[in-house]
Design a protein around this ligand. Structure first.
Ligand code: A4P
Ligand code: MG
Length: 179
């Protein structure tokens, strides 16, 4: 069941994973978090460190910077996805000229939205590749180690994934940290 915000609106907890490997990714991702978490419809509750991660899926590209955030939101899952995609567009993502799993400025995936399950073409929840991706699990384990998703605890899932080559980066001066 959803909790209520101080204004009385029902709020959900959502977990989001962000990544990018084009441009100054740490700066761009910081700005993307700030744009996404407007403090009104989407409130930032926790933000992981940045991680430098080897490219997954399509290995012929530069390393990524990845991070995870936990937010509270009064938006529906689809409204949250629209907001995430608006942020991707604002940072210059052009889906028409990208290859699957290829380089991108800012990618925002919704990993979980409360315990909602959806299997629609445009929105699958929880994210179906979550447990295969160390670049998602390591940042998540930093902020919500005890969160259960699909019956698995994040801290247990992270212990079972290959995290070779992933590097947790020290905080940058001036970056936005909520955790
Ligand atoms: N979509 C469905 N469910 C969701 C969800 N839960 N959250 C749909 C977000 N989007 C969801 O996404 C394709 C479509 O998925 C969207 O239109 C949305 O409606 P996309 O971002 O264009 O990604 P894609 O490249 O077509 O495929 P995919 O599988 O979504 O790629 P990802 O997950 O974006 O992966 N390696 C490292 N180390 N770090 C990375 O961050 N990222 C990718 C891209 C590849 N390798 C990486 C990383
Ligand atoms: Mg994506």
């Amino acid at each position: 069941m959803s909790a209520s915000s101080s204004s009385g609106r029902a709020v959900a907890e959502a977990l989001l994973a962000l990544g990018g490997n084009v441009g100054d990714s740490r700066v761009l991702l910081d700005r993307a978090v700030a744009m996404l978490c407007d403090g009104n419809d989407i409130v930032l509750r926790a933000r992981s460190s940045d991680y430098r991660t080897p490219p997954w899926g399509d290995e012929n590209q530069p390393p990524f910077i990845n991070l995870a955030i936990a937010v509270e939101t009064a938006l529906t899952p689809h409204a949250l996805l629209e907001r995430a995609q608006a942020v991707e567009r604002a940072f210059g993502r052009d889906r028409a000229h990208e290859r699957r799993w290829g380089p991108r400025t800012v990618d925002v995936d919704i990993i979980a939205y409360d315990d909602v399950t959806l299997a629609l073409p445009d929105l699958k929840l929880p994210h179906p590749l979550l447990f295969e991706r160390a670049f998602v699990l390591l940042p998540l384990a930093e902020i919500v180690p005890d969160r259960m998703i699909s019956g698995r605890r994040i801290r247990d899932a992270v212990a079972q994934v290959d995290a070779a080559g992933i590097q947790r980066l020290p905080h940058r001066q001036g970056s936005q940290i909520a955790s």
